[in-house]
Design a protein around this ligand. Sequence first.
Ligand code: F6P
Length: 341
Amino acid sequence: MRVGLLTGGGDVPGLNAAIRAVVKHGEGEHGHSIVGFRNGWKGVVDGDVQPMTRQHIRNVLQVGGTLLGTARYHPHAADGGLDAVLATLEAERIEALICIGGDGTLHAASKVAEAGVRIVAIPKTIDNDVWGTDASIGFDTAVTIATEAIDRIHTTAESHNRVMVVEVMGRHAGWIAAASGIAGGAELVLAPEAPFDIDRIERFLKHRHRAHASFSIVVVAEGAVPAEGTSMSYETQVGKFGEIVAGAVGERLKSEIEQRTGFDTRVTVLGHVQRGGTPTAADRILGSRFGVAAIDAITRGETGVMTALRGDRVELVPLGEIAGKVKHVPDELLQVARALA
Ligand code: F6P
């Protein structure tokens, strides 16, 4: 069988492990030919293909990014996009497609599947907000990087008696903020799931610095917002694909804290550092498991489904079930962050 493969949306560490698994298991075990599309759905629309054989996947497990390139492009939202996808698949004699992506790519995958294409999807996003799976490729690496950054910020915060605001990624969900905040021992974790009250933050920091500490670390997800009716008004700034303008909420919070408390305050925006470089073992393993499961599912004739981690098992969930949903951080995890402030 000729199987198409693409990675869409923001890159994450661990994508190459999934690509490698699809190619190695697909070619070696099932005898499929794997055809890579460059730069996500854009490559399918443009017919930008690249053969993917075992020689293309040597020594890639430890390499970040994606061998195939990626783009934020959604064919169902572009004029003639879906028709162009179908035309390329026919011209390339592609019988099935494996799409690795986050919410945007998965939504496109469900639209293309509805048009009659056999599709199995694999979830990836450092934000960890894809519904229906306990974990997505890239999250573990991002948390590891953010935790290390917080550890490093700790020592300089303490030396200078400063408040350090650390902005991490997380548009709709604060998984990275909650996980790295707990692992790094942050005083405050601000996530989109729990809009914050700047007056309470001010009181908390003043009390802490008066009573027993000279420094504090505040981890804020880029999508965090103040609670309605509180004394700070702020509108999240977004780019053309809905991505949040990096640093905006962190900078604003830094000024508010400095103004209100008088404490010397700095902001660090971790940004794309969280998405780059070597994947952790956990992301390599997750990518490998999803890759094997996806090519096995395609071979069995499954379609319109996504590989998902449920407990310690990899299962398949219908794409229709996850569409339009966001997996939010449970209050229990945020409570742990609060309890350890
Ligand atoms: O969706 C993953 C993500 O890393 C978000 O956390 C972030 O808002 C966005 O991508 C950044 O997108 P870009 O790389 O296009 O700036």
